[in-house]
Design a protein around this ligand. Structure first.
Ligand code: C2E
Ligand code: CA
Ligand code: CA
Length: 531
């Protein structure tokens, strides 16, 4: 309403001014016998009327221009990102849609570049949001300087940008733009006085004229490639067929996991851990397997990462924990010797972070009736170091009487800052990579020696993983490692392959090269690749 009234005012002023001038002119020229004073007044009124008319006309012109400007501004705001002034996400998709059509029509190549700044969160958190905003503006400018005017640079959200480069002849031209951007990013940015190098990872999706992918598919593929670039620290990565299959495979696994959990397709295999000094079975490590309806029996390397990313790891972990406790309890019933063995169960990061985890462990023990001292929980070293706050959870578990083992010891950040917490830990598991490298690398021998010495001082048990031959067995024994696990003794097997009466009796080492050893059936013993 107010706008309409405002827009009407210059018109009224103009009209009034013109009318006044007209009256003055009529009086001046039509009325004959005017006195000198009347003549003067008429002239003054005429001049003021003309001035009023001119002001009204100018005002009207200005108001019209302003309205038009406002309209343009509103439209611009709807299509652009307020912080950087770049094209926003919906506009980018509209542009991409148009570009795909043009590429088909003109037989040209089109590139979609998905960028994500590395460590942006660190800068934002440490230097403040103003610095973060400033950085995003600088980055926007840099991106625009790397492309042609006809290309599109858009802010996708947060610290993510999508660049559309169009009208190109070859794939190489698209990649050249990605390289150009990386080069530009290698120059330091000056942010509030300090120079910062801000790097980015770029995923590239290339669309040729015969491509049937929709705009959203291209952006998704570029995003997948960006993830790859970030993982490989390669700067940029181009989406290819292999990645497409990986994505499809991953989506399949994700979907099947939900079904697999509901339909109880997960089973637990057990791999013996032997006490080579005492020449007897020490215990088992429980390792999860998936009896997939179409893929067959698959190992954890294929699905654990997906389970972790999709938040399903806790459910799988709990299932393995309960199953392993129940199995150990069953064996206790069947053989007195079984009561001396330990059952090791792997604990994933998500489980450790769950405040409810100690209660879940307590419940599994109570439900199965297993003696807590027979249970050992294995946690990867990096997970412990990354989550020192999870240590209170560990303390609660330790209080139950359960043992704790540090898995893949020596491969992680090996920050010994948690050494003081070692009173909670009962076992160190030397990673298979050190066992493998023993023959070739003097360093591995030195590391194993150091781990053994440290374990002795702290009164910890040391288990070597992935022992595959007698050569390794004797070298490890000479280094003072008494507990071993590996294909030399047995691959992980299903529980029904394990005969408690023969396995748990103190009958010496159950080795593959031992003629008295049970040959595990091929289906169950399918060796799983170590991740
Ligand atoms: P890990 O805890 O280091 O388990 C040992 C892995 O080495 C197992 O692989 C085992 O089958 C394999 N292995 C044992 N001896 C040998 C050998 O002599 N040679 C070779 N090449 N490999 C050997 P698997 O079963 O495929 O498990 C891979 C990883 O998946 C495990 O590594 C563990 O980190 C994880 N995982 C398995 N089950 C579970 C589970 O129930 N929960 C959690 N959180 N992780 C699990
Ligand atoms: Ca383990
Ligand atoms: Ca391990």
């Amino acid at each position: 309403m107010q706008d309409n009234r405002l827009a009407a005012s210059p018109g009224i002023v103009l009209g009034f001014g013109l009318a006044t001038t007209l009256v003055a002119v009529v009086v001046l020229f039509v009325v004959q016998d005017l006195t000198e004073t009347e003549l003067l007044y008429s002239a003054v009124i005429g001049v003021f009327g003309a001035l009023g008319g001119a002001t009204g006309a100018l005002w009207q012109n200005w108001a019209q221009r302003d309205n038009a400007l406002q309209l343009v501004q509103t439209e611009h705001n709807a299509r652009h990102d307020a912080l950087t002034g770049l094209v926003n996400r919906p506009t980018m998709f509209a542009e991409l849609n148009r570009s795909v059509e043009i590429s088909r029509r003109d037989d040209t190549v089109l590139g979609v570049l998905f960028l994500d700044l590395d460590r942006f969160k660190v800068i934002n958190d440490s230097m403040g949001h103003d610095a973060g905003d400033e950085l995003l503006r600088i980055v926007s400018g840099r991106l625009q300087s790397c492309v042609r005017g006809s290309d599109v640079v858009s802010r996708f959200g947060g610290d993510e940008f999508v660049v559309i480069v169009r009208d190109l002849a070859t794939d190489a031209s698209v990649i050249a733009v990605a390289k150009q951007i990386l080069k530009k990013f290698s120059e330091p940015v000056s942010l509030y006085g300090g120079a910062q190098v801000v790097t980015t990872s770029i995923g590239v999706a290339i669309s040729r004229p015969d491509d049937v992918r929709r705009p959203e598919d291209l952006v998704r593929d570029a995003d997948v490639a960006m993830y790859k670039a970030k993982q490989n620290r390669s700067g940029y990565a181009v989406f290819d067929e292999e990645q497409r299959l990986e994505v499809i495979d991953r989506l399949d696994i994700e979907r099947d996991l939900v079904k697999g959990l509901d339909e109880e397709q997960f089973v637990v295999n057990y791999q013996p851990i032997v006490d080579t000094a005492a020449r007897r079975l020490y215990g088992f490590e429980a390792l999860v397997r998936w009896k997939h309806p179409s893929r067959g029996l698959i190992g954890p390397d294929t699905f654990l990462a997906v389970a972790e990313e999709t938040g399903m790891m806790s459910r799988i972990g709990e299932l393995v924990l309960r199953e392993a406790c129940a199995q150990a309890a069953v064996w206790n019933h069947l053989s007195d010797d079984a009561r001396k063995i330990r059952m090791s169960v792997n604990v994933a990061e998500a489980q450790l972070l769950d405040a409810n985890f100690p209660a879940i462990v307590a419940e599994a023990l109570h439900w199965s009736g297993l003696d807590p001292t027979q249970l050992v929980l294995e946690i990867i070293e990096d997970v412990i170091v990354d989550h020192m706050e999870g240590l209170s959870t560990l303390r609660e578990i330790r209080a139950l009487g359960v043992g704790l083992a540090i898995d893949d010891f020596g491969t992680g950040q090996s920050s010994l800052s948690y050494v003081k917490e070692f009173d909670m830990v009962s076992t160190l598991k030397i990673d298979k990579s050190f066992v493998d490298e023993m023959e070739s690398g003097q360093a591995s021998v030195a590391i194993i020696e150091a781990i053994v010495a440290m374990a002795k001082a702290l009164d910890l048990r040391v288990v070597a993983e992935g022992v595959e031959n007698t050569e390794q067995l004797s070298r490890l024994s000479a280094l003072g490692v008494d507990f071993m696990q590996g294909y030399l003794f047995n691959a992980p097997v299903a529980a029904d392959v394990i005969d408690p009466h023969s396995w748990f009796a103190e009958r010496g080492l159950r080795r593959k090269d031992d003629p008295t050893a049970l040959e595990p059936s091929s289906e169950h013993a399918r060796p799983a690749r170590k991740g």
